[in-house]
Design a protein around this ligand. Sequence first.
Ligand code: SAM
Length: 331
Amino acid sequence: TKPQDADGSIRLTDNDAALARLSAVQKNYLSDLFIRFLVPRPHLQAPRPPLINIGTFVRTTAIDDLVHQWLSLSSNAGKKCQIVSLGAGSDTRFWRLATGPLKDQISAYMELDFPEVTTKKAMAIKKSKDLSAVLGDPNDIKLAQGGICLHAPKYHLLGTDLRKPMSENLGPLVSETTPLLDPSLPTLILSECVLCYMSVAESSAVLQWFREYFKNSVLGCVVYEMFGLEDAFGRVMVNNLKSRNVTLPGAEYSSDVNVLPKRYLDIGFTTSRALTLREIRRAYVEPEELERISGLEMLDEVEELDLVLQHYAIISSLAVSSQEGLSLWEQ
Ligand code: SAM
């Protein structure tokens, strides 16, 4: 095979994420009716090790919970809500939400990724009745920009390089005369394993753009990242990626989870807090769920599990324009 250019190698990380999700679904950790339409030959894909399945379960459940909380809070505030997923890759969250109990709470859902990734996803959507039926009437699902983008009444898939200045690519698209995102509505940014591949300055510029665009509303931000790369385990992770031509200009090397919120507070988020997946598994996953998943597969590497989960964190931040808004949203 041809050696990948650096961006090609970054794009390939989406295959890992999709295969991990598929494996967690096939092994009954998670339920997701849609991932098999986004992975080529799903029945031929080998399952991932139990450690990866548990990690995928904890991360997905925790982010699902945060998204549900966000949608419920916006419902209490009498508002619909928008979600923007940065580096969405083959993520299925839109389809899971749009077929779930809180579907009417979402007024728009936007996914951004490199054009090569969004073109593939747009084709998969067009090809699969199961995926496109959720988006609405076939006449309302439109490809744009030569198939890089796809628009449906509530769903927008946009191809772009997030490292480019927002004013040059996304900005006009989002905020044109008929904006794809309404600046007055509460909006949640999701980013799962994406920001580490960009410099901190580049990803901060993206977040800052959204912060400014939604300055009169409420902006939430849920980021999932690896961190703590300075220790032996972290170095193994870095070297594994390096051998695949992937570098991590935006990753945090310190193993202190409490340093993670700083960059979000610096950008202007009102509050921010970070928890490791290890903490989340211990304190936030329902005991019945932990019991259930512990019976799914034999886990030999019990100590390694904590070590792996200790190297991933979810950082949840909030920007609101008033103190009153803060008390409403910070629950
Ligand atoms: N968020 C998805 C998930 O968790 O299943 C995919 C995660 S995958 C590890 C990282 C994704 O970020 C890839 O789809 C990649 O193409 C995207 N990405 C990384 N850097 C990007 C950039 N500069 N512009 C657009 N997308 C980018």
